[in-house]
Design a protein around this ligand. Structure first.
Ligand code: FE
Ligand code: FE
Ligand code: ZN
Length: 275
């Protein structure tokens, strides 16, 4: 069974997202835990979360991959802004308890000139504080394109965060557009990149995938998503990824420039390439 889905709007609630996902052939999905460009979170609705959990089980969905706000920069330079980002992370992880067993993915952050090492330290500290023992959530650091001072463009940086946090509840979400833009050639050498991931981080930490084609050429460090098969990655790359014996069983989330009909078509396309 392949778990394929896309990013959905969270505005109508958790159960509504399960229904929407089902209607477009998805059996996993992603959603923002709060306004992606702001910080406002929705009012908690335990009955909706419980109903969504029951529906996920009934319909045999794979794990969901919630996404933290883009604005949450745990390693920003201003101490007040950093403290605020930590509070947002704490609140998000606490809220994930209503959806036990699902993933929480976020962008590690941008060190804005403070240096990679300082940035990694801030991110790891924030995670150590926010990830209370017993929380039923696994946090996923996203592989980044290495745009500007982004942390997470190299596997070594993610590994350093994972080691510093020292929890089993930290893993990685591999974004295909980001890694290709970041200089890992999954078009010409997918097996080589996965071997490198395994050597540096360990494939047991690779918990989820973001499936995006890229509008930019290899190693451009740009991060602009294209629809599947319409960018520099191409259909053959996605065929190889979804059928790969080492990673093809992970939840796979589309974050391509689409509305629901486009997502439905891409999910169908990916499922048609299953071998
Ligand atoms: Fe992301
Ligand atoms: Fe992504
Ligand atoms: Zn991206």
């Amino acid at each position: 069974m392949k778990y394929i889905g896309c990013h959905l709007s969270a505005s109508a609630g958790n159960l509504a997202m399960v229904r929407t996902a089902e209607s477009i052939g998805a059996n996993t999905f992603a959603f923002f835990t709060r306004n992606p460009r702001g910080s406002k979170a929705k009012k908690e609705d335990p009955a909706d979360a419980a109903a969504a959990m029951a529906a996920l089980g009934e319909k045999g969905f794979g794990a969901l991959v919630a996404h933290g706000a883009y604005t949450m920069n745990l390693c920003t330079a201003d101490p007040d802004a950093r403290a605020f980002a930590r509070e947002v992370l704490c609140d998000d992880l606490r809220r994930m308890a209503a959806l036990p067993g699902q993933y929480y993915n976020f962008h590690p952050g941008s060190h804005v000139g403070q240096g990679v090492e300082a940035g990694i330290g801030y991110i790891a500290d924030a995670l150590k504080k926010a990830l209370e023992p017993g929380y039923p959530v696994t946090v996923l650091l996203e592989t980044m394109a290495g745009k500007g001072s982004e942390i997470g463009g190299r596997f070594e940086e993610l590994k350093a965060i994972i080691d510093a946090v020292g929890s089993d509840h930290v893993g990685v979400c591999l974004d295909t557009c980001h890694v290709y833009d970041g200089g890992y050639d999954i078009v010409k050498d997918l097996d080589g990149v996965l071997a490198e991931f395994d050597r540096v981080i360990g494939l047991d930490r690779l918990e989820a995938l973001h499936l995006n084609d890229s509008k930019n050429p290899f190693a451009s460090h740009k991060d602009r998503h294209a629809c599947i098969g319409q960018g520099s990655l191409g259909l053959d790359t996605f065929r190889a990824i979804i059928n790969h014996p080492l990673i093809g069983d992970r939840p796979m989330i589309l974050e391509t420039p689409n509305e629901l009909p486009g997502y439905r078509a891409e999910i169908e396309l990916l499922r048609s390439m299953e071998s």
